[in-house]
Design a protein around this ligand. Structure first.
Ligand code: SF4
Length: 196
């Protein structure tokens, strides 16, 4: 018959195997206090920033100019601008910008900002997330350095692709497409500048 000690030893061994495997895969230490796990960055490794597909484009202005009054997008964009080699994980849905936003409904996983006036906005934003990741030849969860990611965007997403393949469902696309090309140019240049 198995004792509690046997089961505890087996559980500990399973956790050790998980830690070893996950650490080897991610290059990070995985800590499991109290039975739940999270990853801790190794010293010197930049933090991975999680960005949903359509926010890669919403951040253009802030990345290019270094200015933004948006409460949650601004700080994320300025962090990326200050760290052009920061790894960005591209996702569909909640990211580091929506997560802390007052309009994000965590239980439903939707933005509530314009829900009554524009009930299609969430569906359209999710479509734009997927479209953005797809045109870049990436998959949700893929990680790239910020400067390389924006060079890839500049290479693959022309004004036409932006309007007809990425933000095609967005009600603001006709306005945004007019400033897209100078903005992506400014972002690539800003992320190429050496930072102290
Ligand atoms: S929750 Fe809505 S308003 Fe807030 S950052 Fe996300 S998309 Fe924008």
């Amino acid at each position: 018959m198995r004792t509690t000690d046997d089961r505890s030893a087996k559980l500990a061994a399973t956790r050790r195997d998980f830690i070893k495997t996950a650490s080897a895969l991610t290059g990070t230490a995985v800590l499991c206090p109290l039975g739940w796990c999270y990853t801790a960055r190794a010293a010197g490794q930049p933090e991975t920033i999680v960005i949903r597909g359509h926010h890669l484009f919403d951040m253009l202005d802030a990345l290019g100019t270094g200015k933004s009054s948006h409460k949650t997008l601004g700080p994320v964009a300025l962090k990326v601008r200050a760290n052009p080699k920061a790894p960005i994980k591209v996702v569909v849905g909640m990211d580091d910008i929506c997560g802390p936003c007052e309009w994000w409904d965590r239980a439903k996983g939707i933005c509530t900002k314009s829900l009554k006036t524009y009930p299609q906005d969430n569906e359209n934003s999710t479509a734009s997330d997927k479209n953005a990741i797809h045109v870049l030849g990436l998959k949700p969860g893929d990680v790239m350095k910020a400067d390389e990611l924006y060079r890839l965007i500049k290479a693959r997403v022309t004004k036409k692709v932006f309007a007809e393949e990425v933000c095609v469902a967005c009600r603001l696309v006709n306005k945004c497409k007019e400033t897209y090309e100078p903005k992506i140019e400014a972002v690539v240049n800003a992320l190429a500048e050496p930072r102290s």
